[in-house]
Design a protein around this ligand. Structure first.
Ligand code: ADP
Ligand code: MG
Length: 311
């Protein structure tokens, strides 16, 4: 998996300091995203989603931990490399439609702007911008200014702009947050198309479970850490293709695991649990009588419980 990893966050910490106040926005976050993946990040407000995207985009410097994107070690970037990184390796789409585009430039000029910064020729810029607008379904809108476009169209121009210099990864922070459901679906379709056709890795922060449902994987962030993940894959049972979603807990590099709250509550687990190892699984038992592991002997014979075929 990590051969193809384009994003690696290892024990990432971000503490914001304001006067004598410290806010821990990320507290040891681990995340690996493979090249070509389309990943949704979900989580309550204040859980650290935007901070994570800011760090990944080279806009926010982490307090501790390691983070690399597309082979760039974001903690070691020189000023020059940081500029190049932001301009060409990654693209951004923000929630506020107005924040993504320059109001007095046409759609085409907006898409060309990052290419100008990258020093590409006028002819090349024009051709590339028109190609990108076509890809997001807006070839007929190239001369329109943002105010003459709908919210969904503006976000599609923003996606084209994010793609201007051929980034490996596009980050989108609640790109459909200000759109109605139908328009949001169009924007998601465009992201999906870009992901599939160009192989661009996409990480999108969203509150919209429908948007998240269309991605390969949803990573849930809780209190500045990744907690659970839902993986989706196509399955064919003979009667046709369908999407199968499976929920996983995240295992960090140190082997730490966070149990889902429902499970912890269901067995009223507190402080410590007993673990036993079977050939194909690890069992987690409450640390109290009536739990299956009340017989301390179980520690001595972890591999010979009822057997591996009882489910
Ligand atoms: P989310 O995007 O999931 O809502 P954020 O990453 O924006 O979460 O914020 C995580 C925490 O960090 C919150 O408590 C927020 O108030 C705090 N925070 C975010 N940005 C700053 C900042 N620039 N200065 C101080 N605190 C911040
Ligand atoms: Mg946010």
């Amino acid at each position: 998996m990590s051969d193809a990893a384009v994003i690696i966050c290892d024990n990432l910490v971000k503490i914001y300091k304001q006067a004598d106040l410290e806010v821990i926005a990320l507290q040891g976050l681990d995340l690996v995203v493979d090249s070509g993946e389309f990943v949704a990040i979900m989580g309550a407000s204040g859980s650290g989603k935007s901070t994570l995207l800011g760090v990944l985009g080279g806009l926010v410097s982490p307090t501790a931990g390691a983070v690399s994107v597309g082979g760039y070690d974001l903690l070691q970037l020189s000023v020059r490399d940081r500029t190049r990184y932001r301009r060409s390796e990654v693209g951004f789409v923000w929630q506020q439609t107005a924040q993504n585009l320059v109001p007095y430039l046409s759609a085409r000029e907006n898409v060309e702007l990052p290419m100008r910064f990258a020093g590409r020729s006028r002819r090349e810029r024009r051709l590339a911008a028109l190609g990108l607008l076509d890809q997001v379904g807006l070839s007929g809108r190239s001369t329109h200014r943002p105010a003459q476009l709908s919210g969904g169209e503006q976000q599609r121009v923003a996606i084209a702009t994010a793609l201007a210099n051929g980034p490996k990864v596009v980050f989108a922070d609640e790109p459909t947050g200000e759109l109605d459901t139908d328009t949001a679906a169009e924007v998601v379709d465009v992201l999906r198309t870009v992901n599939r056709e160009d192989g661009v890795t996409i990480v999108v922060v969203t509150h919209d479970s429908e948007l998240a449902g269309g991605t390969d994987r949803t990573v849930l962030i809780r209190d500045g850490r990744t907690s659970t993940e839902v993986l989706r894959r196509m399955s064919n049972d003979g009667t046709g293709e369908s999407v199968v979603a499976e929920e996983f807990a995240v295992l960090d590099r140190a082997g730490r695991l966070q149990l889902p709250t429902e499970y912890v509550d269901a067995l009223d687990l507190q402080q410590r649990v007993r673990l036993t190892l079977d050939p194909d699984r690890i069992n987690v038992w409450p640390d109290r009588p009536n739990g299956k592991a009340e017989d301390p002997d179980v520690w001595a014979r972890p591999a010979e419980s009822e057997g591996a075929d009882d489910d």
